[in-house]
Design a protein around this ligand. Structure first.
Ligand code: CP
Ligand code: NVA
Length: 306
């Protein structure tokens, strides 16, 4: 089977995403009926974390265990990577011992280098630039609640970070629109976002205008991991970019609210929104488990017959 990696959202086609979502529904239904499904017996997943995580770690660990495989979790500070072992050497070694690898790291160039030297599939569990597994879960969640996302409008309010960049890549593939509003100085950089077709993306200086008529409103922390030194400055710069009830009121009446979590109530989102009736953040978090099980199955076994 051809070796495939999942390093950014545009690595897969629409046809592959439709397949993955069909598999996700099947895997999720079976899980909800307490029916074991263990196609990955004897397979081992290595998780490599250079940054903190709750959801990504638990969803990959639980997911691989549920599929019948086993997991080794490495926090890089405890390994020789934390003492400067070259990433190329680590990739060569780990990929001779396990069947699939997920990495959460800093620059996208690190995961690209790792994948070049890996004999097995590599999954991006978040880099400074992208978070493809998150948007995989988010779009599945949108479809579960509202049907097709094609032609819909997603409003992204706040920092043009890894999660925002991934929404922008997804918009081209799924043919929806993204309205982005960031404070001045924090605008989207299309090249960094990895989007060459900007026809699905519009920027707004006023967050209220970005949200007007949107079908989905989403945001994320003002300060991502690795940028903690800018925290005080960002709290000041982003204070008008909080998603609150007034802002949600400008979206369509049945708009959903999403946040990848962890959230800071009173900063990027008001408690009344994240804990309110339009919020689907807990479904969004749960669906990480189901979509990533489908993703691992696909990368290891290819298309399977249901
Ligand atoms: N959303 C997300 O990736 O969460 P964690 O940082 O907890 O993994
Ligand atoms: N943008 C956030 C996402 C955390 C899941 C970060 O990179 O810290």
């Amino acid at each position: 089977m051809e070796l495939r990696h999942y390093l950014q959202f545009r690595d897969f086609t629409l046809d592959e995403y439709e397949y993955l979502f069909a598999r996700t529904r099947w895997i999720k239904d079976k899980f909800k009926r307490y029916e074991p499904y263990q196609p990955l017996v004897d397979r081992t997943l290595a998780l490599v974390f250079e940054k903190h995580s709750t959801r990504t770690r638990v969803s990959f660990e639980a997911g691989m265990n549920q599929l019948g495989g086993s997991v080794i979790t490495l926090m890089t500070r405890d390994t020789q990577m934390g003492r400067g072992e070259p990433i190329e050497d680590v990739a060569r070694v780990i990929s001779r011992m396990v069947d699939i690898i997920m990495i959460r790291t800093f620059e996208q160039t690190i995961i690209e280098c790792f994948s070049k030297y890996s004999r097995v599939p590599v999954i991006n569990g978040l880099t400074n630039e992208y978070h493809p597994c998150q948007i995989l879960g988010d779009i599945f969640t949108y479809i579960e609640h509202r049907g097709s996302i094609r032609g819909r409008t997603v409003a992204w309010i706040g920092d043009s970070n890894n999660v925002c960049n991934t929404w922008l890549q997804a918009a081209t593939i799924f043919d929806f629109n993204v309205h982005v509003s960031t404070p001045p100085g924090y605008e989207v950089e299309p090249e960094r976002a990895g989007i060459y077709d900007t026809s699905h993306f519009e920027s707004f200086s006023d967050p209220l205008e970005a949200v007007r008529g949107a079908d989905l409103v989403t945001t994320d922390v003002w300060t991502s991991m690795g940028m903690e030194a800018e925290d005080a400055e960002r709290k000041h710069d982003f204070e008008d970019w909080q998603v609150d009830a007034e802002m949600m009121g400008l979206a369509t009446a049945d708009a959903l609210f999403m946040h990848c979590l962890p959230a800071h109530r009173g900063e990027e989102v008001a408690a009344e929104v994240i804990d309110g009736p339009q919020s689907v953040v807990w479904d969004e978090a749960e669906n990480r488990l189901h979509v990533q099980k489908a993703l691992m199955e696909y990368l290891l076994l290819g298309r399977t017959i249901v």
